[in-house]
Design a protein around this ligand. Structure first.
Ligand code: PLP
Length: 365
């Protein structure tokens, strides 16, 4: 059936507004009100926060969970807790949110970028060439909900005695080879920013690790470097998660596998629909992908023109991330730029397709 595009004067494909996001229900409301009525909203060591930590650690197959204020703090605190600092180099990806590289810079270390593969994650084939005597860690990002190739990365890390820190801000519940993200490396971090597959009532983050020393130090660092109030032993931060966020997240955690499965189901349907569209390379629906974002690659067609046509058609999209990290103004302190061409070619459809509480159908037509 031929259809005149909205940009050429036809009818928009979608005229109803997208469902609102974030979504919540009676369970979340009750959890927040219970904390409110308890009067113990801060209680960093209270049962809500410790409950969240152990439930999340168990979910991501880690021995410890350390809850912090957000995913950026999780990265910074865990890098410090792992002993990374001045003079150290951390191999990571330029195609990510700014928080990944800025955490490295904030602890005084240097991000060294390697380009991404077809799945938008760090290309493990390029890691070896980036290793120097100063390299201390590899920090892959499980971008858009797709795990980086953790078998390859772990084998390189083992050979070169490097730590691995998984930036899993976008990949809660994702797996690689059937194994949970955050359970491969020495440390994994999560973000609970409300746009994420599992979003808090505000900001939130978590460090997952099997390493007792890292967990202990991270707990101190998030509380101004103290185990005991006013006995500050090391220079730390104020990065404690509050009880309200923890309670909110605890009622959501048992649902995350179902919500992720819905995202995957919608991604499969998009993929089938895109098969008939020239110039669009749909993402591979790999095992364990949790589709935080559904990202298409355009080949031989101008990204901005496609985006404009989609906007006219009522389909919301965004370009993630238009500027790679080493080209950002704040990235002038980030050496060793790599030839990251991917962001020039990416356009991304927002995932309204897998709304959590209703059975919404994908919006692509
Ligand atoms: C890959 C990545 N790392 C880190 C972060 C930082 O998380 P937060 O926004 O919770 O600080 C984000 C946030 O979007 C992210 O996408």
């Amino acid at each position: 059936m031929s259809h005149t595009l909205a940009i050429d004067g036809g009818q928009p494909l979608r005229s109803t507004p997208y469902p609102t996001w974030p979504q919540w229900g009676a369970e979340e409301e009750r959890a927040v009100l219970d904390v409110l009525h308890s009067g113990r909203w801060w209680a960093p060591e209270g049962t809500q926060v410790t409950g969240l930590e152990s439930e999340f650690a168990a979910y991501h197959d880690a021995r410890h969970g350390v809850a912090v204020t957000n995913g950026s703090a999780a990265l910074e605190v865990c890098l410090m807790a792992a002993g990374l600092g001045w003079g150290d180099e951390v191999i990571t990806t330029p195609y990510t949110f700014i928080a990944t590289a800025s955490a490295v810079l904030r602890v005084g270390a240097t991000p060294v970028f390697v380009d991404v593969d077809d799945n938008w994650c760090m290309d493990h084939r390029r890691i070896r060439a980036a290793i120097t005597p100063r390299t201390k860690a590899i920090m892959p990002v499980h971008l858009f909900g797709q795990c980086a190739d953790m078998d390859a990365i772990m084998s390189i890390a083992k050979k070169h005695n490097l730590k691995v820190i998984e930036d899993n801000a976008q990949g809660v519940g994702s797996t690689w080879g059937g194994k949970m993200s955050c359970s491969f490396g020495d440390i994994g971090t999560l973000s609970f920013f409300p746009s994420k597959n599992l979003g808090a009532f505000g900001d939130g983050g978590l460090i997952a690790t099997d390493d007792d020393a890292v967990a202990d130090l991270a707990r101190m660092l998030r509380a101004h470097g103290s185990k005991k109030k006013y006995h500050n032993e090391v220079l730390g931060y104020n990065s404690r998660l509050d009880a309200m966020q923890a309670a909110f997240l605890r009622v959501k955690l048992p649902h995350i596998d179902l919500w992720n499965a819905r995202r995957r189901g919608a991604a499969e349907r998009y993929g089938r629909l895109f098969e008939a569209v020239d110039g669009v390379k749909a993402p591979e629906v790999m095992d364990g992908h949790v589709f935080h974002q559904y990202t298409i690659r355009l080949e031989g067609v101008a990204r901005d023109a496609v985006q404009q046509a989609l906007t006219q058609a009522g389909i919301s999209t965004m370009v993630y991330y238009p500027v790679p990290q080493h080209r950002l103004p704040g990235g002038s302190s980030m050496p060793r730029p790599c030839a990251s061409g991917c962001s020039r070619h990416s356009a991304r459809c927002i995932c309204t397709m897998s709304s959590q509480r209703s059975n919404l159908k994908p919006t692509a037509s």
